[in-house]
Each structure stands twice: as structure tokens, then as C-alpha cells.
Design a protein around this ligand. Sequence first.
Ligand code: GTP
Ligand code: MG
Length: 388
Amino acid sequence: MALKTPSTFLSPLFLPKHYTLSIFNPVSLNIYRKPTPLSCKSTHSHSPSQLPLSDTKLLSSEPEGTGAASPTRGDRFLERQQADEAAKLLIKEIKKTKKKTKKVLKVNTATACCYGCGAPLQTSEVDAPGFVDMDTYELKKKHHQLRTILCGRCRLLSHGHMITAVGGNGGYSGGKQFVSADELREKLSHLRYEKALIVKLVDIVDFNGSFLSRVRDLAGANPIILVVTKVDLLPKGTDFNCVGDWVVEAITKKKLNVLSVHLTSSKSLVGIAGVASEIQKEKKGRDVYILGSANVGKSAFISALLKMMAQRDPAAAAAQKYKPIQSAVPGTTLGPIQIDPFLGGGKLYDTPGVHLHHRQAAVVHSEDLPILAPQSRLRGQSFPVRFV
Ligand SMILES: Nc1nc2c(ncn2[C@@H]2O[C@H](COP(=O)(O)OP(=O)(O)OP(=O)(O)O)[C@@H](O)[C@H]2O)c(=O)[nH]1
Ligand SMILES: [Mg+2]
């Protein structure tokens, strides 16, 4: 079910003014600065009184017959040509530096990563994410199949083991094999500089806790589709229209501009088709990033999306083979995972969840989390109101 809100997104308004100025100032200073060649004045028939004040001063400051010889027409032509060349070079340099920064900021897809969690593959630390034994690694490398490797931790996670990898959460002080929450967040820092479509996920069971109010810090001015997950856990008979209205009101209060709001379940596939068609409509050749706080169901949502898209799209059907791992442990996904489900260009990315210190997962031991996570529908309870 898809609840539409009017699109109030206007990207140009979000561009900070100082950014534009700082980029273009050097150009305008060096290229468009008007030269004041004395020679030009001497060839004209103006009298000093007809010239602008500054020029008059310059002319009168040099006694006639002294000063440099007036440049010829050819000299002036050469001068102009040199200025043009210098300007072109400068523009080229600026474009080059811009390209370089973009390259650094883009997701690094050169290093081989585990397709389940996005951690870089390594053969040295058995307990750390991304571990694969040397023989398997060499064999897969030889056959150019590094993208088909699932690391040791992901194998255990897929069998129900609870292995956290994020230090500072769930009572873990962090260590050599732990990634920090800040490091994970850093992996999303390139996003605000890219032209992307953001699909922001929020868990209906912990709506305010998982909302990620400062999503614009990560997403920049990119358009956002809001997806509310796990609605299959709402009590039986819940009026989705009411929930939808409540969500729209909540995001209006939080002053977040979104393209549309969708209530979904990755388990029952409710609402997934609506999001799939909305993504196709709004993608416009851009990459699509699934963003949200840890454990909201990003990887599960990608699985559901691929399943839905696979019915019509062979690219999505092929992408289903190596899809991200989902588990009840917050911090399952440790790096951006690139998926190619779109025939018409643009990639889909699963991202590491943002760890928020106020959430349950930040204080509860990871092994205890599955007991606390709702496994089936929540049951509503009514209490009689007592009038005193
Ligand atoms: N009932 C229900 N459970 C869901 C749904 N989506 C995800 N889950 C469960 O929520 C837990 C977290 O799912 P993930 O997809 O791993 O969450 P994530 O956001 O990718 O987590 P990180 O990678 O740690 O950031 C798993 O136990 C999923 O089975 C849903 O729609 N309904
Ligand atoms: Mg994940």
C-alpha cells in the first residue's frame, strides 16, 4: 500500500551559497578580470577628459614621450591569445581536481568484498569479518569469481549465530576485529556528494528510535523515498490508512521532505511492489541507496525487492543469487554492497546501518537481542480509563 505525499523536493534550493562562490571566485578573478592596457587608450581619439578617472590618472602620471612603447595590434592580439590560453588551462585544472575528488568519494568497488556483508575479503584473521581461507580465495581469484565469496562470519550469521562486528555496541568495548560505528558512518559520507535516489527505511516497531532524523547529513539534497518496514508485526486488524496518516504527520513534524511514503513488510511482501515501481519512476539513471539505522531491515528489504522485480526483470532475477545477508544482529552489513538489478542503468546499494546510541542495540548484549525482537504480531492491550 502506498501513501503518496506531494513532492516538495527542490534540489537547487538546497545548494549552499558559499559552495558556489568558493568554486567560481578564482575563475572569475583570473579569467574575467578586465585588463587595462594603456595602449588601447593611446590609439583612440578620446581626450583625457573623456576617459574614465583611473585611466586619466594613468595617462597624466607619465610625461609624454617617456613610458613603454605602445604595443602594436599584433602585440595586443598575442596578449589576448595568451590570456585565453591561460583561462582554458585554469578551467581544465579545476575540472581535473573536481573529478579527482569525486573519484575518491565514490564507493570503492575495486577491492573484492564479501557479497553477504560488504566487508573487504581477507585471509589473515579468522574471527574478523571478511575472512576466507587462502585456498578458496586463490581458486576464486583464478576464476574471476571473487564476487561470489561469502565470508566466514556471514556463513555463521546465516545459520542463526549472533556475531556482532561493531565495537562499542551491545557491551562490546571493541577490539582489533571490531569495526566502530563511526567507521561505518564514514562509509556513507560520499553519498551527499553524489546524485542518487535515497530509499530511507524506518522500523514501525521503533519508529522514532529508528527514524534517523539527521538523514540529510548523509543524504545531502538527494530525493528521498520513505519506506516503513515490518508492518506485518502490527496487531491484527490495524487500519493501515490510520498508520499512513500518522507517519505522514510525523515526518511533517520532523520537517523531512520526501517524495512518497510506503508501508511495507519484507516478510509478507506487502507494499514492496509499490516501492519497486516508485524506484523505477524516480531513479532516472541514478544509483539507488537503501539507507537507515541498524537493524531496520535494509538487507531484508533488498531481498524482497529483488524477489518482486525478478518476476519481470531478468537482471533482478540474476542478482538474487548473491544477495546481502540479513540477521537479527545490528551491524550485519559492514560496507556498501553493489547489486545490479536494473536493466536501464544505475546500481542498487545496500549500506551499513547507522548505529544510534539511544537504541536498545547499543546497550543490550547482541546474544539477547533476538529474545527482545518481536517474532510475531504485536498484541494490542486496552486498559479501562478510570475517572477519579
Ligand atoms: N517481521 C519482520 N521482520 C523483518 C522485516 N524486515 C526485516 N526483518 C528482520 O529484522 C532483522 C534485521 O534485518 P536486516 O535486513 O538484517 O536489517 P539491516 O537494516 O540490514 O541491518 P544492518 O545490516 O545491521 O544495518 C532480521 O532479523 C530480519 O529478519 C519485516 O518486514 N518483517
Ligand atoms: Mg544489512
